[in-house]
Structures are given as C-alpha cells and as structure tokens.
Design a protein around this ligand. Structure first.
Ligand SMILES: NC(=O)c1ccc[n+]([C@@H]2O[C@H](COP(=O)([O-])OP(=O)(O)OC[C@H]3O[C@@H](n4cnc5c(N)ncnc54)[C@H](O)[C@@H]3O)[C@@H](O)[C@H]2O)c1
Length: 258
C-alpha cells in the first residue's frame, strides 16, 4: 500500500449514494460528501434536494422514492448505473422510529419498523452491490440503541442491532472483493426526526439537561465527519467497525454530564 497523502481525506470523483438525504443526518452526509469532492446520488421519500440534480455527469442525482419499494430501488440503481456506471460509497441512512411500549406495537407497526430499519437496507445493498468494486465501501447508519436497552423502542433497537450484525458479516463476505462495510452509531443528534420522536415520549423519559461526556450535544455534521472518514482512503484498512458518534456515551456506559 502506498503511503497516505493529505489528499487521502478527499473523495474526489467518487460516486456516493445516500439514502434518506432530504434532511437530517442524510442531508448532512450528502452535503459533506459533495464538499469533499464526491458525485452524489440521493434518494428520499420526501422530495430530495434537486438544486444540482440532473445536470449531466458531474451533477447530483436526486430521486423521490421509498427505500422499502424494491422496484423503485432498482430504477434508482439503474439511474446511477446509467449516469456513472458504478457506486463507490453506499450510505444506508434512511430509517426512523416511533415511541411506544412493546405491548402497544401492532403486528403491522412492527412490520413497518422492520422494513423501515432493516429489510430496506438489505434490499438496497443487493441492488447496489453489482455496481461496487474493489475500493468501494458501505456505511450503515445504526444507533446507540443497538448497543443498549431501549424501552419504548424495542423493535427499532433490535433492527439497528441486526444492522450492526449485518455490517460485520458483510465486511467479511465482501473483503475478498475489496469492499469495506462499516457502521456509524449516533446517539441523539438534533434533527427533525429526532425531535419528533423526543416530543412523542412521555415527560421525564428524556432529560435535555443531561449532555454527553464531551460536554455538548452533537449535530448531524458530527455524523457526516465520520462518514467522510469511513468513505475515503484514510479508512482503507477499516472494515466491520462501528464508529460511535455520541460524544462518549457508549464508552461511558450511559453516564452523561448533568
Ligand atoms: N438523529 C438522531 O438522534 C439519531 C440517533 C440514532 C440513529 N439515527 C438514525 O440516523 C438516520 C437518520 O436519522 P435523522 O435523525 O436524520 O432522521 P430524519 O427523520 O430527520 O431524516 C430521515 C430522512 O430519511 C427519510 N426516510 C425515512 N424512511 C424512508 C423510506 N422508507 N424511504 C425513503 N426515505 C426515507 C425521511 O423522509 C427523512 O428525510 C436514521 O436511520 C436514524 O434511525 C438518528
């Protein structure tokens, strides 16, 4: 392996796919990828940014679709293939949850959580893998809740834990092809999705006064920084790993500053 140059931090010319990029963490990742030189294809069930979409080979590609819809995902993969012929980075960011005691979650609600947070990821990876070669990487956005008990979010947390397991297994399966697979596990990073969930929680279950060991709340840009690292050559020997973007909460075993 060649020695690293300072340019190894850049993603110049790489083709990056980011799901759930209309807002929040996905949007921050897509914008950071572009800032570091990548060509970005985004999708979201809400209208994704189209400011630089469809501007020829160099411009971003933006599609409105539900990642749970395999036909729509195939159309998306075909559009990426036609535009660039390959995928260098796939970020499975789309996902979400609602707060409810386990016993109150219907079978339909449970299926939604499973599809929303797990099976859409396996489907997206299956669709994009034929476009990925040596040097490519997959980044799955999981959650701190994959690593700890999450009352009120049991199925969501189980699906994020499943994604962590998938990350490690695929890291080994895809290593012979030179494809890396890693996870980013955020704790609470203020986004529209996160505030919606927080506001739905019963009073007292979320204490906004408690902050992570690093002494501040995080923001979506903190997750984007980890994604830029994992997507590029600085992380060329990193696979099967989880980067905890949580200000130290995982290391602290739940302890937080008051
Ligand atoms: N923000 C946090 O505190 C936090 C913490 C842990 C994990 N996460 C994870 O990070 C990811 C992003 O979270 P966020 O806080 O930015 O959420 P968000 O709700 O603000 O944004 C998520 C985006 O994904 C899109 N999306 C969701 N489901 C989709 C689907 N089926 N098809 C297409 N688009 C879909 C939404 O439309 C939205 O634009 C999620 O996977 C979430 O579970 C977030």
């Amino acid at each position: 392996m060649a020695a690293l140059s300072p340019d190894a931090i850049l993603l110049t010319g790489r083709v990056a796919v980011v799901t759930g990029a209309a807002r929040g963490i996905g949007r921050a990742i897509a914008e950071a990828f572009e800032a570091f030189g990548a060509q970005v294809a985004v999708c979201d069930r809400d209208k994704p940014r189209r400011d630089r979409a469809n501007q020829g080979k160099g411009g971003a590609l933006a599609m409105t679709l539900d990642v749970r819809d395999p036909v729509a995902v195939e159309v998306f993969a075909r559009a990426v293939a036609e535009r660039w012929g390959r995928v260098d980075v796939l970020v499975n960011n789309a996902g979400g949850t609602f707060h409810a005691p386990f016993a109150d979650v219907s079978a339909k609600g449970e299926r939604t959580l499973i599809e929303e947070n797990f099976t859409q990821v396996t489907g997206m990876i299956r669709s994009m893998l034929p476009l990925m070669g040596a040097g490519a990487s997959i980044i799955n956005v999981t959650s701190s809740e994959a690593h700890q008990a999450a009352p009120g979010f049991a199925v969501y947390a189980a699906m994020k834990a499943a994604l962590e397991s998938l990350t490690r297994s695929l890291a080994l399966e895809l290593a012979p092809r030179g494809i890396r697979v890693n996870a980013i596990a955020p704790d609470a990073l203020p986004t529209e999705g996160e505030s919606g969930v927080r506001e739905s929680m019963p009073a007292g279950e979320f204490d906004p006064v408690r902050v992570p060991p690093l002494g501040r709340l995080g923001d979506p840009g903190d997750a984007a920084g980890a994604a830029v690292f994992l997507a590029g050559d600085l992380a060329r020997f990193v696979t099967g790993a989880t980067v905890h973007v949580d200000g130290g909460i995982h290391a602290a075993g739940g302890w937080r500053r008051v």
